[in-house]
Write a protein that binds this ligand. Structure first.
Ligand code: DGT
Ligand code: CA
Ligand code: CA
Length: 577
């Protein structure tokens, strides 16, 4: 599919146009990029079937942009973009990953200091060349160095959400081979960790050679790092590696257990085996020469005197003790989710592609939800076109209308109106209390000044939790994986106040946030603080982020009873203030 490639060029074009301070056009390209990216159909196919006219039917794509797409499909290039690139030949994606560096600053950095990429930028910052540039200053220089260090630290890992579809895809392909009896991914992907080092596959086959040859000729390989008869390792052009192990059938469970990890979990299991006079390896659980378990995972855990442990909690964080005592939690599952309360609609135009409340509702019904909560940003967030009191009132009318239409159609879905208000620096809220009181529920989050001192940030959030209209605190720690560290917060204190005020803490399911983290979730659960999983969808297909929120909750040992959106509507309302 060419969709992502085209979207990437449009994103860059938007940045170039912003450098030139051309009005409106950057927004048009951004919108087109988001829409092309979100398309389920291949742009090429759309064009081949219906020509330019069909391209113009893509939301956000007018005649001018449709012609650019046509040019790309025909020639593999867009001249308009190439000209910008020639004039300012910089790696926009790399540079704009640095917090506080946008198109205009990138242009200045290039024109004044010839900075083209991250390496140049780091060098210039270290030599204190940036402080003196107009509009920059010492603080920016320090931010750049912090940010570069942070990026370097995370450079060799990948987001689960980017990796999981690729892992599933390779599994499918392997499954289709007639030589393959069984296939699974293992490692951190099976444990659904937030970030992934490499993908590990396990295959059962009587003809490993064929499987190996197939694996080592997958499209997108740039290097074969190792290739043997039963083991191989390959590097893909997107930067990540994939490992494969091929095993005989009788060892499948033992191998799956071993290669799922984590290493820390495995070490303890092996010790328990030794204490019982047994030996555990990727080939099986042995008593002397005799294999007593290993065909499936369940058998191994049972032979060691414990219950089978779900992969998401195999981190040696108490799960082994719980399994030995037969006291493992019954982890929440995706099917337990009854609805999503953190969803943004077309009312937040900002950068988002058009996505009407009805469309969101339709998709929610398909996902089997009983309720959908619209929670658009409010007025302080200008870039997201945050809504003011009047607009919230108007939105309410629209939602009421859709709900009554649904009622006449006997639909099972109910739309709730919430909003995601901003907790300002002093803990006050950017929307009047009387408006908040009229909403079905209110989510509050910090979206500015994230670098406060611990005490001040904690008090800021506590003040919001004490507001009787605020039901949920969104993405408490404010981290963006690979981009921004967590805020400093006294989490224990927040938990105490959450409990006291019946405030729900969100597990934000957006793959770059996944905030709360596993350890926070576990602690909240132990304290009896309720949580909610929200997709924080800004596009239609992002409703699917719920999957990652649920795996995050599982990694934090959460059960159905800990997560309020596992409740049917009547019960959910009881948890809202
Ligand atoms: P990653 O790839 O960094 O996201 O994390 P993992 O957990 O996928 O680690 P990886 O790919 O190095 O190894 C896959 C699994 O193989 C790991 O979770 C446990 C197992 N494993 C690897 N090395 C060792 C080891 O030295 N000892 C034990 N007991 N298990 C190991
Ligand atoms: Ca791995
Ligand atoms: Ca590996």
């Amino acid at each position: 599919m060419e969709n992502q490639g085209i979207a990437n060029i449009f994103y860059e074009l938007a940045d170039y146009l912003e450098m030139e301070e051309i009005k409106f056009k950057p927004y048009a390209y951004q919108k087109a990029a988001l829409n092309v990216e979100a398309l389920e159909q291949d742009v090429k196919e759309i064009y081949e079937k219906g020509g330019l006219k069909a391209l113009e039917k893509i939301p956000g794509v007018g005649k001018n942009i449709a012609e650019k797409i046509e040019e790309y499909l025909k020639t593999g290039k867009i001249k308009y973009y190439e000209e910008f690139k020639k004039k300012i030949p910089v790696d926009i994606r790399e540079l704009s990953a640095i917090e506080g560096i946008g198109p205009k600053k990138i242009k200045i950095l290039y024109q004044k200091l010839g900075i083209k990429n991250l390496k140049d930028l780091e060098k210039a910052a270290k030599e204190h060349k940036i402080t003196h540039l107009f509009g920059f200053g010492e603080k920016t220089e320090k931010n750049i160095l912090d940010s570069v260090a942070f990026l370097k630290k995370s450079a060799t890992r990948f987001l689960l959400a980017d990796i999981l579809p690729k892992a599933k895809n390779v599994c499918e392909k392997l499954k289709n081979l007639k030589e393959v009896d069984e296939v699974s991914f293992a490692g951190s992907v099976r444990r659904m960790k937030e970030t992934i080092g490499d993908i590990d596959f396990l295959v059962i086959s009587k003809n490993p050679q064929k499987v190996m040859d197939f694996f080592c000729s997958l499209p997108g390989i740039i290097k074969i790092l190792a290739k043997g008869l039963t083991k191989a390792s390959i590097k893909m052009k997107e930067g990540y590696d994939m490992d494969i192990r091929i095993l005989p059938e009788k060892s499948y469970g033992a191998a799956l257990q071993y290669f799922t990890g984590s290493k820390e979990h495995n070490i303890i299991l092996r010790k328990i085996a030794i204490n019982k006079g047994l030996k555990l390896s990727e080939y099986g659980l042995f008593k002397g020469q005799k294999m007593i378990a290993g065909e499936n995972e369940q058998g191994i855990y049972e032979a060691l005197g414990m219950n089978w442990i779900p992969p998401e909690i195999r981190e040696n964080q108490g799960e082994i003790e719980a399994a030995l005592a037969h006291k493992l939690p019954k982890l929440i599952e995706l099917k337990d989710i009854k609805g999503d309360l953190h969803v943004h609609s077309h009312w937040n135009i900002g950068k988002n592609p058009i996505k009407k409340i009805e469309e969101l509702a339709e998709k929610s019904m398909k996902m089997g939800y009983q309720y959908l909560g619209i929670s658009d940003h409010t007025k302080f967030l200008k870039i997201e076109h945050g809504l003011n009191e009047k607009e919230l009132e108007n939105q309410k009318k629209e939602i009421d209308k859709i709900n009554s239409k649904f009622k006449t159609q006997n639909s099972k879905l109910k739309i709730l109106q919430g909003c995601e208000v901003n907790i300002l620096a002093d803990g006050s809220i950017d929307i009047k209390d009387e408006t908040l009181a009229k909403m079905d529920y209110v989510i509050a989050g910090v979206h500015s000044q994230l670098k406060m001192k611990k005490q001040k940030m904690t008090n800021r959030i506590i003040k919001a939790m004490r507001n009787p209209n605020i039901d949920v605190i969104s993405h408490l720690f404010g981290r963006i994986i690979f981009q921004r560290d967590e805020c400093k917060i006294d989490f224990d204190k927040i938990l105490r106040v959450a409990k006291e005020t019946n405030t729900i803490l969100e597990i934000n399911a957006c793959p770059v946030r996944l905030d709360l983290k596993d350890i926070n979730i576990k602690k909240a659960k132990e304290m009896g603080v309720k949580m909610i999983i929200g997709a924080d969808a800004h596009q239609l297909d992002q409703l699917g982020f719920m999957e990652f929120g649920v795996s995050q909750a599982r990694r934090g040992w959460a059960e159905k009873k800990d997560i309020v959106n596992c409740n049917p509507l009547e019960n959910l309302l009881k948890f809202l203030k």
